[in-house]
Structures are given as C-alpha cells and as structure tokens.
Design a protein around this ligand. Structure first.
Ligand code: ATP
Length: 464
C-alpha cells in the first residue's frame, strides 16, 4: 500500500478507534487512574514475591556509606562469620541459603553489630532484603519475653503476610516465638496486651495498636523495620502514620528502612524515619538495546497487525513471546484470536486478582504457555527472562500520548546477565504511531528497521 493511502486509512481507523476509546475510558474498564497506579505498585511487589524462587543476580558493586567513616568496612562471605545463634543459623540453612546475597554481605554485619546500627538500604526486589531484616529481627528477639520487641511495617496486608511467612520459616527453630499481624480486621479485646514478640502490620493499624488501643508498648521495641518504603509513600497517609509510630519508639531502638527504588521523595522520607543511618545501595543492572534486533511493521488496521503476527509465527520458530497491548480490550481480543489459531496463549489482565496473575506468569515461566499477551500496566516490573521475542502490538505511550521510552526499554531491553540476543517487533498502524516510533528511535539513537511480513524470506532472515 502506498504510504499516503496507508496514512489515510489509518487516520480513519484511528478516528474510529478514538471514539471507541472515549466510551471505554468512561466505563469500568477504563485506563488506570493515578490512584490505581499506586495500588499497582503494591500489587507488583507482591507479584514479584509470589513468583520468585531465587535471588536476582546483580553484578553491580554495592555502595556503602557508613555513619562512622573511620570504622573499617566489614563484609561477610558466609553466615557462620556472623556468629548467629545456633537455632537461627539452622533456620537460615533450612531455607536453603548457602551464603549471603550481595546486599546481605554488607548489610548483615552493620545490622548485627554491637551496638546495632541504623540502616537505609535500597536494592531492586529479589536481592535478599527481606531475608536480611528478618535475620536482624530474629537475632535480637528474646523469645522468653512475652511482649512485642520487633515491629515491622508493610504497605499492605498481603505484603505483611509474605514477610510473616519468611519470619516463620527462618524462625522455626525458636519454638516459643510468636508473630502477630496488626492489620485491619484483626480485632483484639480492649485492654489486652500482645504477648507475641514480633508484630508485623500496616501503618494505620500499628499506630492504633501503639497509641489509642495500647496493645503494644512502643517503648519496649528494639528493632523497627520499615519495608517497601517506596510503595509505602505512594499510599495516602502511610508516610505520616509511619513517622508518628517512629516518634514513639525509644532512642536506642534499631531503625531499618528498605526500598526497591530511591527517588528523592523516598530518600527524604527515609531520613525522617531513620536517624544517623548507614546507607547501602545496590544499583539495578542497566538494560540496553545493544543485543536486540528491532523491527517495525506497517499495518493499516488491528486485523492487519494480527495477520502480520500470524505471518511471523508462520515463518520463524518462536519459543516464547510476550505481546504488549495498550488496553485490556485489545489484549483479550488478541488472546482469543491467537487461541483460535491454535496457539497456547496466556492472558495477563488487570481484572485478575494478584494471585491469579502470579499463577499465569508462573505457568508461562515454566513454558506451559508459549505466548503471553498483556497490557503494560500488568507486566510492569516483571522479568520473564527467557523470552527472546517481544511484540509491541501497540507502542508504549504515557498518559499524554508521548512515547514511553523507559517502558520500551524495560519491555525489550536486556541486562548483562541475560545478554542473549533478542528480537523486538513493533506494529505501527497510524501516522501517530509512526511518529512515536521515530521518537523512540531518536531517543535511543538506534535504528529500527522496517520489516515486510508478507515477505517470508525477509522474515526468515531476521531470525538468523
Ligand atoms: N542468601 C540467600 N541465598 C539464597 N537465597 C536467598 C538468600 N537470601 C534471600 N534468598 C531468596 O531470594 C529470594 C528473594 O529474597 P528476598 O525476598 O529477601 O528479596 P527482597 O529484596 O526482599 O525482594 P522484595 O523487594 O521483592 O521483597 C527469596 O526467594 C529468598 O528466599
């Protein structure tokens, strides 16, 4: 098709699509609001926890900023060096941990020092932060004392439960140790005092339990952990509540704060909650487009995009692919069409409960399905490492309709550790999306080649 008539056709198509999307936007299936995006951060974090069974590798150096720059930098290569109580070491080994993770190497000696040190630590999810602070809590707790001594704040009930599970596993050789969940809906009788040694909960309920209801005596807390600080501050009110709780704790209480990211707002918050901190940072591995072959295909309609996709599948062997769509509606349509063609398709959709989403990703990861169709919001922050083919059925744009370069990079980029070659195919169906594609090319200064999916020889070539 000549470019002009293509452009004309897609303009008409786009105008029609826009009127449809206006209807979609006002319906319950509308694109996400900022508020929902914030909730998503908690969901994302939970998803990562649910599907992760191993540590995430990272070859970046750990950056350590010690409160006392004169004290020697101490790092451990084994858990024995930490002189943990025997039942704790037993717990660590029972979890299958042989040696400390990269962040644990530096964080554990600081956290277990005498006197215990305050710490702010940032590293991407899956690098062993939870295990590290659970170890710090368990090494200080006195199971014989029947009152709360360690307090851990989590942004949501579900995240609190996940941390609780780690405490239970790691602490299983402490028979007298008990754990309480300070979460909404967990009602205690007035006047009661908690006997559990570790309390984990969400800021609102913990604050009530420490102040109004007095179930916990904050003055007896020895270790205070604030987990997922970046998710925490995204939730209305959590920041203030956390600060109010922190103010009730004794001066010598150890304060620990963990976050996967470290934007300015998190850093400011961290400094308010953790006095005299040591700071540990582990940079996320940089993703690059260097090992990726990038193409675009010109289409004039959604059906043509689908046809192009079928042609790709007909010509090359694709072990596993991830396909990104802009809306849930397109994603469900595409998944249904691909199933009709006989593909084993998994659909990741925003309506699903977080556990259902985790199950879908898990199955895909295990190779039970070969194609994963998803919207961007659903898959943000989730690494499915083995995927070598990524299709942008719709290009990633932000809410103002500008190219979302960061998402583009995250969808198709590879880090050093998965430096395998990959293939990315972008479907372009309007002047507008061509413009987005051009801006993405400019941003990364990387050429995206045109691919004619009607030409089988050409497709075969790209696979080699
Ligand atoms: N030293 C270790 N050796 C082996 N596995 C470990 C070690 N430390 C943690 N793990 C495992 O690695 C995975 C990620 O650890 P963990 O949950 O502590 O990371 P995290 O940084 O807290 O992640 P998130 O931010 O998602 O909570 C878990 O399955 C955990 O059991």
């Amino acid at each position: 098709m000549a470019t002009d008539s293509w452009a004309l056709a897609v303009d008409e198509q786009e105008a029609a699509a826009e009127s449809v999307s206006a209807v979609v936007k006002t319906s319950a299936n509308a694109e996400k609001t900022d508020e929902e995006e914030k909730e998503d951060r908690a969901a994302q974090s939970l998803l990562n926890k649910l599907i992760r069974s191993n540590l995430v590798d990272n070859t970046n150096q750990v950056e350590v900023l010690q409160r006392d720059p004169n004290s020697p930098l101490y790092s451990v290569k084994s858990f024995e060096e930490l002189r943990l109580k025997p039942q704790l070491l037993q717990g660590v080994y029972a979890m299958g941990f042989n040696r400390p993770s990269k962040i644990q190497e530096n964080a554990l000696p600081l956290m277990l020092a005498e006197p215990p040190q305050n710490l702010i630590a940032q590293s991407q999810s899956g690098t062993g932060k939870t295990a590290a602070f659970v170890l710090a809590m368990l090494s200080q707790v006195e199971p014989a004392n029947k009152y709360p001594q360690c307090l851990c704040l989590s942004p949501t009930y579900e995240l609190a439960l996940q941390t609780g599970k780690v405490i239970e596993q790691m602490g299983k050789f402490y028979p007298a140790l008990k754990l309480a969940y300070a979460v909404r809906g967990n009602k205690l009788e007035r006047g009661q005092k908690l006997s559990e040694q570790i309390v984990i909960g969400t800021p609102g309920t913990v604050l009530d339990w420490c102040s109004k209801l007095k179930f916990i005596d904050p003055k007896k807390i020895k270790v205070f952990v604030l987990d997922e600080a970046d998710v925490m501050i995204a939730t209305q009110g959590h920041q203030d509540q956390s600060i109010r709780i922190q103010r009730m704790l004794p001066r010598n209480c150890q304060m620990l704060l963990f976050s996967a990211t470290f934007e300015d707002s998190v850093w400011k918050f961290a400094q308010k909650v953790v006095p005299d901190p040591n700071v540990i940072k582990l940079k996320r591995e940089e993703e690059t487009l260097d090992t990726i072959k990038q193409y675009y295909v010109l289409c004039s309609s959604r059906d043509e995009k689908f046809q192009a996709l079928c042609n790709l599948y007909g010509a090359i062997t694709i072990a596993q692919a991830m396909i990104f769509c802009h809306t849930r509606k397109t994603a469900s349509w595409l998944a249904a069409e691909l199933s009709k063609e006989g593909h084993q398709v998994a659909l990741l959709s925003g309506e699903m409960m977080v556990e259902q989403r985790a199950a879908v990703i898990e199955r895909f990861r295990e190779g039970k399905e070969k194609v994963l169709v998803t919207t961007n919001v659903c898959a943000r922050g989730i690494d499915v490492e083995q995927v070598s083919v990524v299709i942008n059925f719709d290009l990633p744009v932000d809410k103002d309709g500008n190219p979302d370069n960061e998402t583009y990079l995250h969808r198709i980029g590879r880090t050093g550790r998965f430096g395998k070659r990959g293939l990315a195919v972008n479907m372009v169906d309007s002047k507008h999306s061509m413009n987005i594609l051009n801006r993405i090319q400019e941003h990364f200064n990387k050429k995206i080649e045109r691919l004619d999916t009607d030409d089988l020889d050409e497709i075969e070539k790209i696979a080699n």
